[in-house]
Design a protein around this ligand. Structure first.
Ligand code: PAF
Length: 288
């Protein structure tokens, strides 16, 4: 496995392969790789001839009071996972290479970024959209894989690829969960054992919402209230938002549609959890 740090060297590697007709896949990450990343890497390995995993803790997507400095950076563990999974290149640009002196451009996807995570973390999505655009420019992938856990991020990336004609095929893969259902996240390591046991209640709330929809309930207020009740039953969790929304626009719904997205964020101690469930309201179909 090659480790490439310079954007120019990364692009040269990819361009050489593109000329030979090789399909290049990219799994963009901020490192601290877990089973969710591993499943994206495995899928990318199946779908693409050559595979790049980028590891870059992107400062512009962290708010001033967020965890940029303490964000986990277990680089040798991450490289070991990439080697095990047959990754061809670990792309590890430096902050200086990504944002050199004089850097000016920001990519904004206003409507998708407005609500939910965008409200809670005002500059987050501009940081994500800008770095993803830059990574695509540097790696020149044919296909890039993202996890459904960050649902709003995946909608944003699809929108920007379409709007800017980036020509990258975006693949979104299901959330990988711990045995009790907690969505895998690099930030779960911040949870104390006690918080870790309770953190699953966010997912339980979303599952309750999905069950209520499957009983035939269509009123979003009733579904939200059922989810809220479950999560409030665990007083160590503070709800940031719980939403019943359209999976394409992320706008809140008053009545469920055949495809409805349940989105949630909650705090436990210093950790912010996010999760979602895409639910089919069509009789006999489960989550999609
Ligand atoms: O999902 C992430 O890990 C990050 O937001 C991404 C897409 C790698 C951009 O920094």
């Amino acid at each position: 496995m090659k480790i490439i740090r310079s954007p120019a060297a990364m692009t040269a590697w990819s361009e050489g392969l593109r000329r030979e007709g090789v399909t290049i896949g990219l799994v963009p990450t901020m490192g601290a790789l877990h089973e969710g990343h591993r499943s994206l890497i495995r899928e990318a390995r199946l779908q693409c001839d050559a595979l790049v995993v980028s590891i870059f803790v992107n400062p512009t997507q962290f708010g001033p009071r967020e965890d940029l400095t303490k964000y986990p950076r277990p680089l040798s563990h991450d490289r070991a996972i990439c080697r095990q999974e047959g990754v061809d290149v670990c792309f590890e640009p430096t902050v200086e290479a990504m944002y050199p002196a004089g850097f000016q451009t920001t990519v904004i996807v206003p409507a998708v970024a407005r609500r939910w995570e965008g409200e809670a973390r005002p500059h987050h999505f501009a940081g994500v959209a800008t770095v993803v655009t830059k990574l695509f420019g540097m790696v020149r992938p044919h296909r890039a894989l993202f996890g459904q856990k960050d649902f709003q991020q995946s909608v944003l990336v699809q929108q920007l690829v379409k709007d800017l004609n980036l020509g990258v095929d975006i693949v979104v893969r299901p959330t990988v969960r711990e045995q009790d259902g907690l969505a895998m996240s690099s930030r779960n390591i911040y949870l104390s054992p006690n918080e870790r046991r309770r953190a699953v209640v966010l997912y339980k709330g979303l599952q309750t919402g999905a069950k209520v929809i499957r009983t035939g309930e269509t009123d979003a207020r009733i579904i939200r209230s059922a989810m809220t009740q479950v999560i409030k039953g665990e007083p160590t969790l503070t709800i940031d938002y719980l939403a019943v929304c359209d999976p394409t626009t992320l706008e809140p719904l008053s009545t469920v549609r055949p495809k409805t997205l349940l989105l949630g964020a909650a705090r436990i101690g210093t950790v912010r959890l996010i999760d979602n469930l895409a639910v089919s309201a069509i009789q006999g179909q489960r989550n999609y």
